[in-house]
Ligand binder design. Structure first.
Ligand SMILES: [Zn+2]
Length: 187
């Protein structure tokens, strides 16, 4: 995970959208479950609950919905690279999906602080958890400097948390290194 935000790492589960064979890491619902565990969106116990769900037709639907949601989210974060009509459509879709969230609410009696919780009991709860994660990022959009990697064959997004805001690469060891080699060879 290199983006510094799980919601952005969700977008980087596609290797490179500039190619037909885009290297999508998500092929089945269980790939999304495994990714969510790695991204700390769910814990081990919640992962086991999801692994034990066996409703395959529901998984196919959820898989499609989550992949579609991911692509709409990618479009609204990069409006300059997309047609205005498409951006509007994606905004509408993301708004509708977020509006469907039904969190459990917990108010702490001693601190009176409110917490929105998305418990994991069945497969569709994973969708809520992921959508909530994206919703959090969008709610605090102004506080994040989101950039696209400068690599030639890379379009990964990341949050630049450096003070100078000069981070250019998704990963200095991969894209950054490749750029250094190219510069050295004068390409
Ligand atoms: Zn990169």
């Amino acid at each position: 995970m290199i983006a510094g935000q799980s919601a952005l790492d969700l977008l980087n589960t596609v290797k490179y959208r500039g190619e037909v064979d885009n290297g999508d890491r998500f092929n089945t619902f269980s790939d999304i479950v495994q990714w969510a565990l790695l991204a700390d969106i769910i814990n081990d116990k919640e992962c086991k609950i999801l692994d034990n769900q066996k409703d395959n037709s529901k998984h196919v639907t959820l898989f499609d919905q989550l992949c579609e949601f991911r692509e709409h989210f990618r479009i609204i974060l990069t409006p300059e690279s997309n047609e205005k009509k498409q951006v509007e459509k994606s905004i509408q879709s993301i708004e509708n999906t977020i509006a469907q969230l039904r969190p459990s609410i917990k108010i702490n009696a001693s601190t009176s602080s409110l917490q929105k919780i998305y418990p994991i009991n069945n497969s569709s709860d994973l969708k809520s958890r992921i959508v909530a994660c994206v919703s959090d990022l969008l709610e605090n959009r102004e506080s994040h400097t989101i950039k696209q990697c400068s690599g030639t064959d890379c379009d990964w997004l990341f949050a630049d948390v450096t003070k100078a805001k000069r981070r250019k690469w998704c990963d200095t060891k991969t894209c950054g290194n490749l750029a250094r080699v190219r510069k050295h060879r004068g390409q």
